[in-house]
Design a protein around this ligand. Structure first.
Ligand code: SF4
Length: 339
């Protein structure tokens, strides 16, 4: 599936999405946020289109950004049509809640004409009335109703999401859906919460599915700055072995043998190396006795002693330095040799 210049599905890399929380009508703020999210690593961005003024803003926003833009529409089919005309790369809609079938056909016609995918976003909060409460069966049936409605107009350029704030229900629903259908899947746990809880729920839910080989694009939903969503999404992909870019810090949990400020040192190392794109494993270990051995697989590392520490490469000790210089020595070695 092509979403602008990003491909998803059929073995393509998993695309990271986020959603702006600016007023879409405020082009300046929306573009600024999208550029920030692009720089952070978002591959696709979504904006809410609640009215015609927001739909009209899409063309100006599109001119100033570099990643595909998804327009999120509820209820009013004319907003979908206007967004498509103004350059949307994908439409997120629930075909069942935009009115009569002639309206669905009108949206399908313009999406077909412009080769725009439609995401059917099934959410526990917006299930069709006939379903009393969210369940795997209700999610699958609701998705099928929407798919059938689009298929009726011979339209099949469809991506699906089945989101609940209940992590287990979400995972079970995607797993069951993936056994029945072959559509690209947008993964996410909806309304996952504030940063800490939201990242845990998203990591468990999205991570479980990705490790099953399910999912083509992911959105971590957080009640936080969307930059945190992109960071978390990258972290999930890395933890699932689906993204190798950047530095992975391997650090020990500290114990009674730790004689240096390892927690502070680990934070400093992580921050100093955060902009490196090359895949590197860097170990930050609390003691010389066990550190280098336990972190043999790391490309570089440091281990603390009592006021002094060592720098090592691939488990071999390279030099001994004072605690105060451990971070700067390690960072300068990495930047000189590897970057
Ligand atoms: S590396 Fe050393 S300090 Fe860190 S947890 Fe292991 S034994 Fe403790």
């Amino acid at each position: 599936m092509n979403i602008g210049n990003v491909k998803i599905g059929k073995g393509e890399k998993i695309a990271i999405q986020s959603m702006c929380n600016t007023d879409t009508r405020d082009v300046k703020s929306t573009v600024a946020q999208i550029l920030e999210l692009e720089a952070e690593g978002a591959h696709i961005i979504r904006v809410a289109v609640p009215d015609m003024e927001a739909a009209a803003a899409i063309s100006e926003i599109k001119k100033q950004i570099h990643i595909p833009l998804v327009c999120d529409i509820h209820f009013d089919y004319r907003l979908a049509i206007e967004s498509a005309k103004n350059g949307a790369d994908k439409i997120r809609i629930n075909p069942g809640n935009i009115g009569g079938e002639d309206r669905v056909k009108a949206v399908v016609d313009i999406c077909r004409e412009r080769n725009l995918p439609i995401r059917i976003g099934v959410n526990s909060g917006s299930l069709p009335k006939e379903f009393e409460k969210p369940s795997v069966e209700a999610f699958i049936a609701a998705a099928k109703i929407h798919i059938d409605l689009l298929n009726k107009y011979d339209y099949d350029n469809i991506c699906i999401s089945l989101k609940s704030s209940d992590t287990k229900l979400t995972v079970d629903s995607y797993r069951a859906f993936a056994k029945l259908h072959d559509y690209p899947l947008h993964l996410g746990i909806t309304e996952a919460g504030t940063t800490y809880q939201g990242i845990i729920k998203s990591s468990v839910g999205i991570g479980a599915l990705l490790l099953d080989g399910i999912g083509d694009t992911i959105r971590v939903s957080l009640t936080a700055n969307p930059v945190e969503e992109v960071r978390a999404a990258k972290g999930i992909l890395k933890a699932c072995g689906l993204m190798k870019d950047g530095v992975e810090i391997v650090s020990c949990p500290t114990c009674g043998r730790t004689k240096i400020d390892l927690i502070g040192i680990a934070a400093k190392v992580e921050n100093a190396l955060k902009d490196i794109k090359k895949p590197l494993k860097v170990a930050v270990m609390g003691c010389v006795v066990n550190g280098p051995g336990e972190a043999k697989e790391a490309d570089y590392g440091l281990a603390g002693g009592d006021g002094v520490g060592i720098i090592f490469k691939k488990g071999e000790i390279v030099k001994k330095v004072a605690e105060s210089e451990l971070v700067s020595e390690l960072v300068s070695m990495i930047t000189k040799e590897d970057i």
